[in-house]
Design a protein around this ligand. Structure first.
Ligand code: BES
Ligand code: MN
Ligand code: ZN
Length: 504
């Protein structure tokens, strides 16, 4: 999708469709106004565009609620062929978070009608560069559809998006914002492509090949190691998962070392890359097991984030590590009760072979530190328990350092992603006590997402660290107006923003 910034008056632009947001100016807060009639207004300063739906807006037929759509043909007085009105909800609560989704919804509505290009009027109440970023990122998210293997795939896409900013904006600054947003949005879709592939088409080897190819394209160093290196590094926790599969594992190491970056910090991004999680000997029920192809979403997120980082060139060193393997039952598979020695030297009693993500991450985190990482972030579809705790709207976030948390929280807000911090107090450490080893790999049902984080904390040790449990957010269970059903690409935008924050 090509993106262009234009400072033209919207009414004067020739386009397949203009898109304008309808905002409700009535204040829905406060007892008295609760049932107040909506007062609808278009988010544009162009009076010619405003006058087109003037009667419709006062007719009482519209609510102005988010994603309410009206498509008008041959709008009088405009050069555009169509005018798409999209409800944006309350004007007071309208931020770039809502704007991102509205832009995605505009893309999905127009492309489903076979339209390939349109112009979006940036709402004047959001700072122009921020609005451009939200529109471009949101539009790219909306432009992705996962129906690759359907013979009736229409592959309808928006090819060109024009963003109409207010006439007195700084054109160069908006071009830069659009370019950066494009890199981030395309990287998010790159990640979604990887996650979307089924396990027979996204083995650890294939994931490694895709990472390598991407790294060559954007100028990153990349090594993909196999079983020999995993054993040589004494990654006993990672190998304990990999040993059960006939499919060779892959340890993917990507390095971004820009000229002029300080020696420290070095950020380590570590992803869970389970290309299929059967549960192993502690096998999962058949119902829904097909979804465990997305158990490599954390790893795919780190690969996509490294792509964006390489293209945006922040002055900070970053290492990306993905521990990729299948989790299979077999004659070679590990069994409950087995004791494994992780790369760090800590011993682990395996209670449940289905708690495999924390095993591969334990060695990934330790290895990142050994390669020089001074700050760690991991992302993983780690627990069903985080879905019980937070549902599908927020990813689970854990931090052993408040400064890291503040930085990441700020990045979440900038990136328009929702994550919620959960505790990792020492009191929970009892849950992972073992009688025979340093810890067990499964602390049981209660506080399951926290128990998993407590386990990882043993391997992050004193290094400032963030853990993102994206089990409930990496896959959209239903389609939404702004995004298709399927892989979401969650966390990539926050990670990139977080890394940029370290570059000062
Ligand atoms: N990959 C799963 C977690 C998961 C569940 C991801 C649902 C996406 C959707 C993980 O490896 C797992 O199986 N976790 C177990 C841990 C338990 C055995 C301690 C779980 O959550 O049940
Ligand atoms: Mn599992
Ligand atoms: Zn898993």
């Amino acid at each position: 999708m090509k993106t262009t910034i234009s400072l033209t008056t919207p009414a004067q632009l020739e386009t397949e469709s203009l898109v304008a947001i309808v905002l409700n100016q009535a204040d829905p807060t406060g007892e008295k106004n609760k049932d107040a009639k909506p007062q609808l207004k278009l988010a544009t300063s162009d009076t010619a565009v405003q006058s087109v739906p003037a009667d419709l807006l006062v007719s009482g037929e519209l609510t102005g609620k988010p994603f309410e759509m009206n498509l008008l043909h041959k709008p009088a007085g405009l050069k555009a062929k169509r005018l798409l009105l999209i409800g944006g909800g309350s004007a007071k609560k309208f931020t770039s978070y809502e704007l991102r989704r509205i832009a995605g919804a505009a893309v999905r509505t127009l492309k489903s009608r076979g339209i390939r290009s349109f112009a979006f009027i940036a709402p004047p109440n959001i700072p122009a560069a921020e609005a451009v970023r939200a529109i471009v990122e949101g539009a790219l998210v909306g432009n992705f559809d996962p129906d690759y293997y359907r013979s009736d795939r229409k592959d309808q896409k928006i090819d060109a998006l024009t963003i109409l900013a207010s006439g007195n904006s700084d054109h160069a600054a908006l071009d830069k914002a659009a370019h950066e947003a494009q890199v981030v949005g395309e990287s998010q879709n790159f990640t979604r492509d990887l996650v979307n592939e089924p396990s027979n088409r996204m083995t650890p080897t294939i994931l490694g090949d895709r990472a390598k190819k991407m790294c060559e394209e954007v100028g990153l160093k990349c090594e993909v190691y196999g079983a020999d290196k995993i054993k040589e590094l004494k990654m006993g926790a990672f190998w304990s998962v990999a040993q059960g599969s006939d499919e060779p594992p892959a340890l993917i190491v990507m390095k971004y070392e820009p000229a002029g970056a300080p020696e420290k910090p070095v950020l380590g991004l570590v992803g869970k890359g389970i290309t299929f999680d059967t549960g192993g000997i502690s096998i999962k029920p058949a119902d829904g097991m097909e979804k465990m192809k997305y158990d490599m979403a954390g790893g795919a997120t780190m690969i996509g984030a490294m792509r964006a980082i390489a293209l945006l060139k922040p002055k900070v060193k970053v290492i990306g590590i993905v521990c990729a393997t299948e989790n299979m039952p077999s004659g070679k598979a590990q069994k409950p009760g087995d004791v494994q020695i992780a790369m760090s030297g800590k011993s682990i009693e395996i209670i449940n072979t289905d708690a495999e993500g924390r095993l591969v991450l334990a060695d990934g985190l330790h290895y990142a530190k050994q390669l020089g990482a001074t700050h760690l972030v991991d992302a993983a579809t780690l627990t069903g328990a985080v879905v019980i705790a937070l549902g599908f709207a927020n990813a689970g976030l854990f931090a052993n350092d408040d400064d890291m948390y503040e930085r990441f929280h700020k990045a979440n807000a900038e990136a328009g992603e929702k994550m919620w911090r959960l505790p990792i107090d020492d009191e929970y450490k009892d849950n992972i006590k073992s009688t025979i080893a340093d810890m067990v790999n499964s602390g049981g049902r209660w506080g399951g997402a926290i128990n998993a984080a407590m386990f990882l904390k043993e391997f992050a040790e004193d290094t400032p660290w963030i853990h993102l449990d994206i089990a409930g957010t990496a896959w959209m269970e239903d389609q939404k107006p702004w995004i298709a059903k399927g892989p979401s690409g969650i966390a990539l935008r926050s990670l990139v923003e977080f890394v940029k924050g370290f570059a000062g």
